[in-house]
Design a protein around this ligand. Structure first.
Ligand code: DGL
Length: 268
């Protein structure tokens, strides 16, 4: 069983690609919608929430948990991997979404100038800039936090004129910086990918986050056979939310692009 954790619904944009790329596995998705957005919270709070999510997913039989959430990946993952797992779950793994995105962008030598948009916490962590410049010190990096986008998307305001205007405003600096590529460092932003592509110049490469993460995860599983994650001809996919089941089903369908059943509400 593979656990996928997000602060809300956005991680379904990543799960969607796992289901395409690795359909032979069973998944448990946990969305902490009751406490979303994580992006405006402190590192200590995000770490505690992430720990609770990990405990829950391991208690349900997951052998590995993926933090689909960029905010949790940037603020809590390292500490979970280095301090929490060795003590409490030495045979289990938790991985995030940042390394695959960084590796994919750093290896493309056509990219000289790169932009990153994410939540306040992800951008404040500076993690993308640090990791990117380690792999490619010549890269010019431009970061922008876009804190209003998550609440607008969670509210279902995806097609509203106001959302497009705010998005345009957030992207203005990156457009002026003439970036060659843009990393959508937040689970929710792929939902706006068509608008982002319309706003940014054609030559700007916009990564399909979920696709890259899923491909990298496939390689990871091939390397880590010791995890012994069962494959099945009839895999299952279960969903847990900390908020409202019917809104998870209604809005989640947009993110996952398929009908969602088997949703349970839990308290972390
Ligand atoms: N899932 C978060 C991320 O990818 C966005 C939502 C939030 O702020 O909690 O950063």
């Amino acid at each position: 069983m593979i656990g996928v954790f997000d602060s809300g619904l956005g991680g379904l944009t990543i799960l969607k690609h796992f289901l395409k790329e690795l359909p032979q596995y069973s998944y448990i998705y946990l969305g902490d919608s009751a406490r979303t957005p994580y992006g405006n919270r402190s590192q200590a709070v995000i770490y505690n929430y992430a720990k609770e999510a990990v405990d829950f997913l391991f208690s349900k039989g997951c052998r590995i948990v993926i933090f689909a959430c960029n905010t949790a990946s940037s603020q809590a993952l390292r500490k979970i991997q280095q301090k929490y797992l060795p003590k409490k779950y030495p045979d289990k793994k938790v991985i995030g979404v940042i390394v695959p995105l960084v590796e994919e962008s750093a290896k493309n030598d056509r990219i000289k100038r790169i932009g990153i948009i994410g939540t306040k916490a992800t951008i404040a962590s500076n993690i993308y800039a640090k990791k990117l410049s380690k792999l490619n010190p010549k890269l010019k990096i431009f970061e922008k936090s876009a804190p209003l986008l998550v609440p607008l998307i969670e509210e279902g305001w995806i097609k509203k004129r106001e959302t497009k205007m705010i998005l345009k405003k957030y992207l203005r600096e990156l457009k002026t910086a003439q970036i060659d590529a843009l990393i959508l460092a937040c689970t929710h932003y792929p939902i706006l990918i068509k608008d982002i592509k319309r706003i940014m110049p054609k030559k700007c490469l916009i990564y399909d986050t979920g696709k890259i993460v899923a491909k990298s995860f496939k390689k990871y599983l091939e390397k880590h056979q010791e995890l012994k994650i069962n494959q099945s001809s009839s895999p299952i996919c279960k969903f847990y939310t900390t908020y409202n089941i019917s809104s998870f089903k209604i809005f989640g369908k947009k993110f996952l692009e398929r009908k969602i059943s088997k949703v349970k509400k839990i308290k972390l």
